[in-house]
Design a protein around this ligand. Sequence first.
Ligand SMILES: Nc1nc2c(c(=O)[nH]1)N[C@H]1C(S)=C(S)[C@@H](COP(=O)(O)OP(=O)(O)OC[C@H]3O[C@@H](n4cnc5c(=O)[nH]c(N)nc54)[C@H](O)[C@@H]3O)O[C@H]1N2
Ligand SMILES: Nc1nc2c(c(=O)[nH]1)N[C@H]1C(S)=C(S)[C@@H](COP(=O)(O)OP(=O)(O)OC[C@H]3O[C@@H](n4cnc5c(=O)[nH]c(N)nc54)[C@H](O)[C@@H]3O)O[C@H]1N2
Ligand code: SF4
Ligand SMILES: [Mo]
Length: 709
Amino acid sequence: MSESIHPSQCWECNTYCGSLITMQDGQVTKIGPNPDHPGSKGAFCVKGIRAVREWTDNKNRLLYPMRKVGARGSGEWERISWDDALDEIADRIAAIRTEYGPMSIAGAVSGAAFSRGAVMALLMRSIGSPNWMINQDLCGGCQALSEKLTGVPMKNGEDIDNTRCAMLVGRNPYAADPTQWRALKALKKRGGRIVVIDPVKGPASDLADIWLRPRPGTDAALALSMAHLLVKWGKYDCAFVAQWCHGFDAYKERIDQFPPDVAARLTGVPAADIVAAAEFYSDGPSVFVPGHGIDAFSAGVQTFRAFDCLVAISGNLDRCGGNRLTKKPKGFRTYLDLIHDPQFRLPIEVERETIGAEQFPLWSGPEGWQTACHNPSVINAVLTGKPYPVRGMYISGVNIVVTYPDAARTIEALKSLDFVAVATQNLNPTSAYADIVLPKTTTLEEEEVQLIWGGPCIGYTNPVLSPRGEARSDLAIALGLRDKLAARGALTVDFLPWADQRSLNEFLLGESGITIEELRVMGFAEFPYKLGNFDETGFATTSGKVELFSQTLDLLGLDPLPNYVPPTADAANEEEQNQFPLVLLTGLREKTYHHSRFRDQAWARRVSPDPIVQIHPETAAVYNIDDAEWVSLQTAGTSTACRARAQLTENTPRGVIATGMGWWEPLSDDPEMGACEININGAISYSGPWDPVTGSPDSRGQRCRISPA
Ligand SMILES: Nc1nc2c(c(=O)[nH]1)N[C@H]1C(S)=C(S)[C@@H](COP(=O)(O)OP(=O)(O)OC[C@H]3O[C@@H](n4cnc5c(=O)[nH]c(N)nc54)[C@H](O)[C@@H]3O)O[C@H]1N2
Ligand SMILES: Nc1nc2c(c(=O)[nH]1)N[C@H]1C(S)=C(S)[C@@H](COP(=O)(O)OP(=O)(O)OC[C@H]3O[C@@H](n4cnc5c(=O)[nH]c(N)nc54)[C@H](O)[C@@H]3O)O[C@H]1N2
Ligand code: SF4
Ligand SMILES: [Mo]
């Protein structure tokens, strides 16, 4: 048979690169970049080329539904039919629902960036439960909430291609985002400027004109100080501020408290470097390129607010070469729109009962960003029955034992549940604690439609392969479960009106005029948009303006102005500081892996066989640690330690150590599969402090200690 090439998109990570998939005799023979894609413009990575195919045809792929034999975590399974699997899940959920009420069932999924997130929310709501857990308290949630409160939804709108100055803050695009990395190298080549703010030296800081190296968790002081300088120099956008910003006078009072010498003292960055960075940034158009390095901190929203306000007053908002505000084709629905659509909502009294809604209304309440629960509070509810019991869980597309902090506690919670079902492509430390596992399709077997604001375009994932074995998509699983639950009278309402993924996708395309046929041909559809049309769009805040002073935060009794909040590590008392003298960074990305995925692929293990912890040689010497030696890491937040291999490098500052995330041992017979032992989340706490808006924990920045393992 002849070769055929199918435009599609890779969504193994949220870079959403345009891809071209080569097929021969019904098999994928090659996956590569699509140079015509408006978002990725030909950028791609090894995971898209290699890992996705191996993921699909992996010898460890879960192909059939299975039921556990013996105790949960025994590692023994028997194959069962889909019908039996769904019957059993429905029986167990119906029984729990009768005994404890609908809200005692919770879902867990990665979030509403993908269809599986929206499907999980709607399935739970159909059961009558507002409780579903997402990853974003650990990923991008602080950014999203800051943008929402400030009125500047600009995630993925970084226009590096047209900028003069890119300011990267806690972002490692070399490993995390090939599209940004390509654009940054091009910027450098054409004589543009790059400012990098990162405590750790890496490919981005090597490219930078100025590299600011703050103490972890102190970035807000840099942003406030830069804003102070811009205003002092008169190099801010007075007209935009006068017309479109709310609370400038109060904001000015706040930033005036952060002259460079004050910020220098708080951050450890020399004042002259702060001034130089502000000079570069003020000579725009400039773009703020944030990353996970300033998200998922217990003061993450305030840090993001400090930068978002800087972007606004500097005139770089929705400007060519600046940070573009999210727009979408008229009539198109995003997954987030779906979740907020009144036709798919439970009564507000029920949604107010979402676990976490009382403490974090902007996260978990009916008006919350994704309306999802506060995860650590759900884990608590499972273990304590407070505020009410959670007894059953359906988990799909997320490996919570590995990727949530405090793996041992997550395992304890899973073990104590009455029933757990997990949908996944392969057995992993989370599915190890399931009663039933369900085989899930991979991204080569699923059709998906998304707003790709980085394009901007509507992106399309082409289902080039039919599902391996008996794998099903999340929607197909949810529909099957819905029918079984309905037959048992265990459905509150049916919020899943689509017969299949295609009709869901057509619903999303809505009245946009974009068709699946057109998407299949191109792999994307561009749409017209205007920049800076604030008169037409306004800002979605109480004042209708960019809120430098947030009225919503003020109403909640939280600091309405962006502020510097000292990092958690600073709050430790003397005894704790002595016991845990170092500061831990986690989450360094590796090109071979996506979080906990692909850990069983031989090529990836060859490139990156062990978890690494970067340690400055002088710090290592204090603890008698040699290069490549296994090290035990412990924080004050948990009683358990984990292990990683030392990499002695001056990239990491003295007194700070930096490690990755997502490690587990696919070949292990132990049910934990290394999730507590070689995974940093085995050694850090999920029990607070939490960001007062998002409930995000400090997924890095904890005090820690190390010793030879
Ligand atoms: N290959 C690969 N790519 C991925 C992923 C993956 O797992 N693998 N995951 C994807 C996902 S979901 C995400 S969220 C992104 C994450 O990717 P990024 O947003 O790039 O985030 P990280 O790699 O976690 O960290 C970025 C930088 O933050 C720095 N940092 C740590 N603490 C601080 C601090 O206090 N202040 C500042 N200024 N910097 C700090 C770190 O040193 C690091 O260089 O990557 C995406 N891309
Ligand atoms: N300490 C610490 N913890 C962190 C981070 C950190 O930097 N430090 N980073 C955080 C971040 S940014 C993120 S995004 C999270 C990531 O957390 P997770 O989302 O849990 O990470 P993945 O490894 O991508 O897990 C996805 C799992 O779902 C399955 N899967 C993959 N695709 C699909 C699908 O389409 N459908 C279904 N049903 N299953 C699928 C795979 O089997 C895989 O096991 O981790 C967070 N945790
Ligand atoms: S960066 Fe790699 S994994 Fe992420 S979407 Fe692009 S090709 Fe896929
Ligand atoms: Mo993430």
